[in-house]
Design a protein around this ligand. Structure first.
Ligand code: SAM
Length: 257
């Protein structure tokens, strides 16, 4: 768990980042936030075989840390909700929320205190969020609470190689990287999910060498530094069930990453 102060500072950075995104969209320097359609179709491919058509129709879906739009807006399943601490800010910016599906209910809230009753959801999405939160253990505890016993967690987070993670932890502690209080490797995040009550039934890791090559070739100095120092990121994905084996849970919530 990180301190409240550290997390508030990370969220200030996050908000400023999205404000810059909106300005760049408005000035035509970058495309609108339609890439969530791609993310949703990738997620549907990964969930294939885990969810029947009938289960899709009757699904109760929650995206935690949905950001301005989220995968949830492009998922034509059952009843859908998004929760994000920056919801008031996103809602106030039409450029960022233009591609929201009006059928989705977006609420302000955190993953550490999800504003829903126990076992309500059949699918929870946590995409590019767990390294941003105040308490990663607290978020997974809440996901367990609001997820139905036979429900699924669709999980994605940016990861680094072990040397990259060690270096990133130093930068995150010094707040040179303000936005990401946590850092994980593909192995440590798998262990972290297991020790917090989830069974990753299927896992994928995107191409680390390709991520390094992309950063090294990018025109921006920031990306080149990432590419040459080991700070480049790639993505760990998993489809998880709630583990039945409560013994594997750490009652203390001690950090293992
Ligand atoms: C990198 S953005 C990702 C947004 C979206 N999931 C996406 O992939 O575009 C991280 C999001 O996590 C949210 N976040 C940060 N701390 C959180 C917390 N404790 N609980 C839930 N969401 C949180 C931020 O407000 C932000 O919207």
């Amino acid at each position: 768990m990180t301190s409240r102060r550290r997390w508030v500072s990370a969220q200030g950075f996050e908000r400023a980042w999205w404000e810059r995104v909106a300005k760049r969209i408005d000035s035509g320097q970058r495309e609108e936030l339609t890439y969530y359609a791609w993310k949703a179709s990738e997620m549907e491919k990964r969930l294939a075989g885990f969810v029947s058509e009938e289960q899709e129709r009757s699904a109760q879906v929650l995206e935690i840390g949905s950001g301005p739009v989220g995968i949830v807006s492009y998922l034509p399943w059952g009843e859908r909700f998004g929760v994000d601490p920056l919801e008031d800010f996103y809602r106030s910016n039409p450029t960022l929320t233009k591609h929201r599906d009006r059928a989705v209910s977006y609420l302000k809230g955190t993953g550490e205190a999800v504003p829903f009753p126990d076992r309500k959801f059949s699918l929870i999405i946590l995409d590019n969020v767990l390294d941003h939160v105040q308490s990663a253990e607290g978020v997974l505890r809440e996901v367990r609470r609001v997820l139905a016993d036979n429900g699924l967690l669709y999980f994605a987070v940016n990861v680094r190689t072990l040397p990259g993670t060690v270096l990133h932890k130093v930068l995150a502690t010094l707040q040179i990287d303000k936005g990401h209080p946590y850092s994980f490797t593909a192995r440590s995040i798998g262990r972290f999910l297991r020790s917090n009550g989830f069974d990753p039934m299927k896992e994928w890791v995107s191409d680390a060498k390709e991520a390094r090559r992309r950063d090294r070739k990018a025109p921006e100095l920031r990306h080149k530094i990432k590419g040459y120092t080991g700070l480049y990121e790639f993505v760990y994905y998993a489809v998880c069930s709630k583990s039945k084996d409560r013994v594997s849970l750490r009652a203390t919530g001690k950090q293992t990453h």
